[in-house]
Write a protein that binds this ligand. Structure first.
Ligand code: HEC
Ligand code: HEC
Ligand code: HEC
Length: 447
């Protein structure tokens, strides 16, 4: 009996020791997976890789690009349909270099130009999460089939040579740790620039105009530089943080479209520390209080409802009275907590696209306190009329929109000149693209 114990005890001790080291390893691992999950939220991987009504990260989400529709891929750890076979190095290369596991190039619809700054530690955490924290799903999403010459993935290698900056993030010691954290997030994982930075004719972000405002084809992502005339220089950090967390802030700014989606899925789920860091980076010079909405722009409420008076209304004004005033008030001053349009920053932009988009598709239409779109109630010229009424009579701006532009917005935006070029004589287009790429490369070499 005693003899047997003497044999078993050391074995039990060894087993016990092994067990606890496994427990330590898996505690570390689950910590890493949890961090990866948070980074996946900050990077909003789900916005593109998880499609409505389908399993998380199983892909198939259509991204309408001017060159045609690009479908996101399955990034669950499925061995047959996802990235289950990816090594950590291959995963890192997909995120930071735009190179797939099979060595071919990804389209920059995957924001690897922004993720290029990810640190090795963050890539490791993301890898742990996607390998061990995400459920494998074996469904193949719809494949991307762009027209020639854009179906030639290797042409993206030339594009990367020109436009991909592979430099990892290096902290700037002249600034605080908070500022640096903000810089890392804004320019990297949170990829604000993919929407807010204008692009050149080859679809690359114009680095010298970073965050200065860009059209996404339909919605316009406004200037978010600290410029006080065109950007958000009059916002306080507090206002910006509030906007990023909730989609609203005290100057009346309301997030709609893709910004609302990014807030809903990503920014509202980030830690207050990270949100404040982004605000500190974007507004290095904090205005403390920001500017309140100006009462300027309010037109007097016209109470005259006689048929004679009504017949004198412009087309835009009568559409406004019939469709909008019940929520936004006759003078656009807001009503019972519903948003004011007078003084609303959305009327202050270089174009009226976001007003027309809000009218077409609404703002958070499925939400209890949202606004339902008028896509089916109003035609293109009615939407142009009511938008122009808001711009001229409520905001006193001379920015206007045409019915043709509304028609384009309704269709999902204008097509790229690149595509028109390529379609108008396929080969000629391809040759032109290649020549332009070579010229740009030459110019860059000689600068
Ligand atoms: C703005 C949309 C978008 C976001 C955000 C995005 N992706 Fe992607 N991703 C894509 C698209 C589109 C593709 C496929 C591109 C192609 O076919 O060339 C892709 C491809 C990939 C691939 C290559 C998989 C394969 O073998 O096809 C990986 C890995 C990947 N993404 C991981 C991520 C991770 C991790 C995140 C978040 C940190 C992320 N993506 C965020 C759009 C996005
Ligand atoms: C997917 C595209 C997209 C991404 C990513 C994105 N934005 Fe936006 N953003 C928009 C659009 C579109 C609007 C206009 C929304 C509206 O007016 O309803 C907007 C509006 C804003 C505004 C309001 C500006 C104003 O003058 O009213 C701020 C501030 C802002 N974004 C900051 C950011 C920051 C900071 C990030 C990154 C952390 C970011 N955005 C990422 C598309 C995007
Ligand atoms: C049922 C109430 C309701 C009606 C009717 C309505 N709206 Fe709205 N509107 C809202 C709400 C609520 C919001 C803000 C949603 C939010 O805060 O998420 C909003 C937001 C807006 C915005 C700001 C969008 C942005 O991105 O900043 C504009 C512009 C707008 N409405 C214009 C109109 C016009 C023009 C009409 C008439 C054609 C109209 N609304 C009809 C409730 C309404």
């Amino acid at each position: 009996m005693g003899k047997r114990w003497r044999k078993v005890l050391p074995l039990a001790a060894v087993l016990l020791a092994m067990n606890s080291s496994i427990a330590v390893a898996s505690a570390d691992q689950s910590e890493l997976i949890k961090r990866g999950e948070y980074l996946a939220i900050a990077g909003d991987c789900g916005a593109c890789h998880s499609d409505e009504g389908k399993a998380a990260f199983s892909g198939g989400h259509p991204i309408v690009s001017p060159l045609g529709t690009i479908y996101s891929t399955n990034i669950t750890p499925s061995l047959s349909a996802g990235i289950g076979n990816y090594t950590e190095q291959q995963f890192a290369d997909a995120l930071r270099k735009g190179v797939r596991g099979d060595g071919s190039q990804l389209y920059p619809a995957m924001p690897y130009t922004a993720y290029a700054t990810l640190t090795d530690e963050d890539v490791s955490a993301l890898y742990a999460y996607f390998m061990h924290g995400v459920k494998a799903v074996d469904t193949h999403p719809q494949a991307t089939a762009l027209p020639f010459p854009f179906n030639l993935r290797f042409s993206m290698a030339a594009w990367n040579l020109l436009f991909l900056n592979e430099k990892p993030f290096t902290p700037d010691s002249a600034h605080s740790a908070e500022w640096n954290r903000g810089a890392y997030l804004v320019n990297g994982l949170a990829h604000c620039s993919t929407c807010h930075t204008p692009r050149n004719f080859l679809m690359a972000e114009k680095q010298d105009q970073a965050l200065s405002g860009a059209s996404l084809g339909t919605w316009y992502a406004p200037n978010i530089t600290p410029d006080s005339q065109h950007g958000i220089g009059n916002w306080s950090r507090q206002m910006l943080a509030e906007y990023l967390m909730t989609g609203h802030t005290s100057n009346g700014a309301t997030a709609g479209g893709p910004m609302l989606e990014a807030i809903d899925k990503s920014f509202s789920r980030m830690t207050p520390e990270d949100i404040n860091a982004m605000a500190a980076y974007l507004l290095p010079d904090d205005k403390q209080h920001g500017t309140a909405p100006s009462p300027e722009g309010l037109t007097p409420v016209r109470g005259d409802d006689t048929p004679q008076a009504l017949s004198k209304l412009s087309r835009g004004e009568s559409i406004y009275r019939n469709n909008c005033a019940s929520c936004h008030n006759l003078a656009g001053a807001g009503l019972n907590g519903l948003p004011a349009l007078a003084g609303n920053p959305v009327l202050d932009k270089p174009n009226a696209d976001n007003v027309a988009m809000a009218v077409l598709d609404g703002v958070w239409p499925e939400h209890r306190q949202g606004m339902i779109g008028f896509r089916h109630e109003l035609n293109d010229s009615q939407i142009a009329d009511v938008t122009n009424y808001l711009m001229s009579d409520i905001a006193h701006r001379n920015v206007q929109i045409s019915a043709e532009r509304v028609a384009e917005l309704r269709q999902g935006g204008a097509t790229s000149p690149l595509l028109l070029m390529a379609r108008g004589g396929m080969i000629a287009g391809a040759v032109v693209v290649v020549i332009l790429l070579m010229w740009l490369l030459w110019r860059r070499r000689h600068q």
